[in-house]
Design a protein around this ligand. Structure first.
Ligand code: PXL
Length: 272
């Protein structure tokens, strides 16, 4: 029996020791979608059970991130890449330089600014750099409500109309495709509405709300699924809608790890 070699994808992201978010979520997602995953670790996040699961972030030295990206991009090559927690202006600059030099195709940018319960607050220069430096290189950028509000300068987003406005503003600022996530988080939501803006044109994507679901790592998972789908050659809208189907299964299968956290179930799509 022969099996053809897989398509390959890279995540440039933090490690989540609890396994639900960050590069752990990305690699599980790549694997489930049949793409060979590789990772350049940008920081290590541990959660402290003696301190109410406080997230502590330990950055990886820039030269070490650079060496990992070189292994993967100079030494191997990929059909797609994504970024997760980058955390510093200097690291964003390094990633931008590396992606440009390698002409890396199909870049998905998840503009992670802080994780829930993080011990370090957002550094505003990171939001500016994500928008001005890395967003123009992206095929898709996937901000949540909070990130979309900051990056677009619109502040707090409280309606689907606000999500659309933010998505359009980010397209205008240089993004090709923007997915604003998290309509389920809007007050009074009866379904989960995401907004996609492609070259200035807006579409709403509506999904059922899953009651009592855990969502740790949901943002990492959807952006990784889009990345895997782009690696496989799907057009961008199909890559997004297929990723949302994968994510819905994973959310339906989400489970409790302890009293603080519950991740998505990445293999749910083949078990339900
Ligand atoms: O979900 C945001 C996120 C991204 N990356 C890493 C994380 C988290 C949240 O915990 O730990 C590494």
């Amino acid at each position: 029996m022969t099996i053809s070699p897989p398509l390959k994808a890279l995540t440039i992201a933090g490690s989540d020791a609890s396994g639900g978010a960050g590069l752990e979520a990305d690699l599980k997602t790549f694997q489930e979608l049949g793409v060979y995953g590789m990772a350049a670790v940008t920081c290590i996040v541990s959660e402290n059970p003696q301190a109410e699961w406080r997230h502590d972030v330990f950055p990886v030295d820039l030269s070490v991130v650079e060496a990992q990206m070189s292994t993967i991009l100079d030494g191997i090559g990929v059909q797609a890449a994504k970024t997760g927690m980058l955390g510093s202006y200097d690291l964003i600059s390094l990633v931008v330089k590396t992606i440009k030099r390698n002409n890396t195709p199909n870049l998905v940018v998840d503009p992670v600014m802080a994780c829930k319960g993080a011990s370090t607050p957002l550094n505003p220069e990171i939001a500016d750099s994500l928008r001005d430096d890395i967003m123009p290189l992206s095929t898709v950028i996937t901000p949540n409500l909070y990130e979309a509000g900051i990056m677009s300068g619109l502040g707090e987003i409280t309606s689907v109309a606000g999500m659309e406005e933010a998505a359009k503003a980010l397209c205008k600022a240089g993004a090709r495709t923007v997915l604003v996530k998290g309509g389920s988080k809007l007050a009074g939501a009866t379904s989960a509405i995401d907004v996609v803006c492609i070259d200035g044109a807006v579409t709403r994507l509506e999904t059922e709300l899953v009651p009592d679901a855990y969502t740790h790592g949901a943002g990492c998972t959807i952006s990784a699924a889009i990345c895997a789908n782009l690696a496989k050659g799907m057009p961008v809208m199909e890559a997004i809608t297929e990723a949302k189907k994968f994510e819905l299964y994973a959310i339906k299968g989400s489970f409790r790890l302890n009293r603080w956290v519950g991740p998505l179930r990445h293999d749910a799509w083949r078990r339900m």
